[in-house]
Write a protein that binds this ligand. Structure first.
Ligand code: ATP
Ligand code: MG
Length: 178
């Protein structure tokens, strides 16, 4: 593994309407894990279902997984509670980012929380610019990535939908969607 001082810690954003934002991020998670880097995955949106990516990560001692959308309470009829939930996860994420325990931190679906105005994009961008260790890679996924975060990102990609099987009524498929 390359020494931390010789690394360019990147901010990577995956956004857009097409499929592949989270699965690309998990690809980078497993790449980094393969290099013995220490990885922290933080999921902002409730994942009620078991996912293949979380199960696969259990085989790695260097991937820590926090599906916090499950750990805090979401209640879409109560906007104040959703703000509190996403802010609590953001506070946890900030602690992990500055902890120096990890080489890669994935903030899965954080953009979605910013898109709803639950977390300020300006705050995320400022925190990453000012507090992220220079060697740490941070990946942010979800639709509607805020402009402020795209501005401070090193790499930003918008997935474009050409077609999605969901549109003909086929729901999430094991191994492809979860
Ligand atoms: P994936 O986790 O497969 O990379 P994603 O992170 O790009 O997807 P999300 O917005 O997080 O997309 O949505 C998660 C789920 O919705 C996945 O099951 C994914 O296949 C599905 N999905 C993604 N894009 C679309 C779309 N344009 N229409 C319908 N379903 C979609
Ligand atoms: Mg996703």
């Amino acid at each position: 593994m390359k020494a931390r001082e010789r690394r360019h810690g990147l901010i990577v954003v995956n956004t857009g309407e097409g499929k592949g934002k989270s699965s690309s991020a998990f690809g980078m998670v497993f790449r980094a894990a393969g290099w013995d880097m220490r990885v922290c995955v933080i999921q902002f949106i409730k994942g009620q279902w078991q996912t293949g990516e979380q199960k696969a990560a259990q085989r790695f001692e260097n991937i820590e997984w926090h599906a916090l959308g499950d750990g805090f309470t979401w209640d879409t009829k109560n906007p104040e509670q959703d703000i509190n939930t996403s802010r609590a996860i953001w506070e946890f994420a900030k602690q992990q980012i500055v902890s120096e325990k990890f080489d890669v931190v994935l903030l899965d679906e954080i953009n979605y929380c910013c898109g709803y105005g639950w977390i300020s994009g300006q705050e995320v961008a400022s925190f990453l610019t000012e507090e992220k260790p220079p060697w740490l890679h941070v990946i942010l996924t979800g639709r509607n990535a805020p402009e402020e975060v795209i501005t401070v990102a090193a790499t930003a990609t918008a997935m474009t939908k050409i077609k999605h099987v969901f549109d003909v009524g086929i729901k999430a498929e094991q191994g492809i969607d979860f």
